[in-house]
Ligand binder design. Structure first.
Ligand code: ADP
Ligand code: MG
Length: 347
């Protein structure tokens, strides 16, 4: 059990930070949020917070004096900053892991090196576009770093389309479009000596944004086992600590390709709040703070829907039954497709 003066520092103040903070409170762990935006719902729930740029050395110094260990709720913190902070304070998951996974190319190299399949990809070279194979299309161009919720992604049907496109630089990955039958994700929690997997979750996206998650995923037991085994293998190889999510494309022939890995709690795992004995948020706090491990057990089936942009108003108006759980993140700004809340139905 951490000491009385123990404070968990969390980088990022969005809904994931908020739900982590609430889980920490339940476990009597104090939290301090560091965020670069005043529109950060987590700051209202944390014991303390700092608003500042992730590059502001002075504020970061104040932050590390306040906290005992650091974790993060989003991936886009510069590695050099975390590496520096790590000299003085433990950070979980390790910054080295974040460095590998926050770059879509090094993430895929890591996976392919340990014989885990991914989508076919190439790094963009603007002066070599005419040499691309026609069979490589259709593709999605994604920024190598800093993408989320489909941001920084452009679809190209064929070579002539991409040749006409003006990319500002070469910092893009080109990914062949996968003709998948389903998208699924597996959330794992890695403690010092134990790794547990939640059951695979089925995810429905539109315009590259998650709309709906279904638990358990409607897949056969082979695929179910395979998805959990791959996620655990990845966590072991990374010597991981905390909650991690692996997103997969399932193909018709049963192949599972890893789309991406999130070294943090994940939107598809929100339904664990109301359908498991222990939520992904509590699991993450328990593992990074070295508390007693709890094996996740599904106690109900669930469907989670995201409330995006102006849709939040409809969600706020509707009456929830006793099988429905509505989470309003309490963000200030309602912008198009921004994740503002979610509703989970259990059955
Ligand atoms: P983000 O970091 O924005 O979540 P993803 O790479 O996960 O980026 O892309 C978001 C969604 O876009 C995926 O969940 C999937 O629905 C779709 N997508 C991304 N890459 C591919 C691909 N290579 N083939 C088919 N669909 C894709
Ligand atoms: Mg994704």
């Amino acid at each position: 059990m951490p000491s009385k003066n123990f404070v968990l520092g969390i980088f990022g103040g969005g809904q994931l930070g908020k739900l982590l903070t609430i889980a920490a409170k339940k476990l009597k762990i104090k939290t301090c949020i560091y965020t670069n935006s005043i529109d950060s719902p987590a700051i209202y729930y944390a014991d303390d917070f700092i608003i500042g740029s992730y590059l502001d050395k002075k504020k970061l110094n104040i932050f590390i004096k306040k906290v005992s260990i650091i974790t993060f709720e989003f991936e886009n913190i510069p590695f050099s900053i975390l590496k520096n902070l790590e000299k003085n304070i433990p950070i979980f998951p390790k910054p080295e892991i974040l460095r590998t996974l926050q770059n879509r190319i090094s993430e895929k190299f890591f996976l392919n090196n340990i014989k885990i399949k991914t989508t076919k990809f190439k790094k963009l070279k603007r002066n070599k576009l005419k040499f691309l194979d026609n069979n490589f299309f259709p593709i999605l161009a994604k920024t190598i770093n800093f993408g989320y919720d489909g941001k920084g992604q452009t679809f190209f049907k064929n070579k002539s389309e991409i040749i006409k496109h003006k990319f500002p630089n070469d910092q893009y990955i080109l990914e062949k479009i996968v003709n998948f039958t389903k998208e699924i994700s597996v959330i794992i929690v890695a403690y010092e000596n134990k790794i547990f997997a939640y059951e695979p979750i089925e995810n429905l996206h539109s315009e590259q944004i998650l709309r709906q998650s279904i638990s358990p995923a409607r897949i056969n037991s082979n695929i179910n086992e395979k998805a959990k085994t791959i996620a655990i293998r990845i966590a072991k190889r990374l010597n991981y600590r905390g909650v991690m999510c692996v997103e997969y494309f399932l193909k018709k022939n049963g192949d599972l390709l890893v789309n991406e890995i999130a070294p943090r709690v994940h939107n598809s795992g929100h339904l664990t709040l109301d359908s498991y004995n222990v939520s992904q948020f509590e699991s993450h706090i328990r593992s990074v703070c070295n508390l007693q491990p709890i094996q996740p057990k599904k106690i109900k089936n669930a469907v989670m829907k995201n409330a995006l942009g102006k849709n939040i108003y409809k969600f706020r108006e509707r009456k929830s039954s006793n099988k429905e759980f509505f989470y309003d993140y309490g963000k200030m700004y309602v912008t198009e497709k921004r994740k503002l809340g979610h509703l989970t139905k259990v059955y």
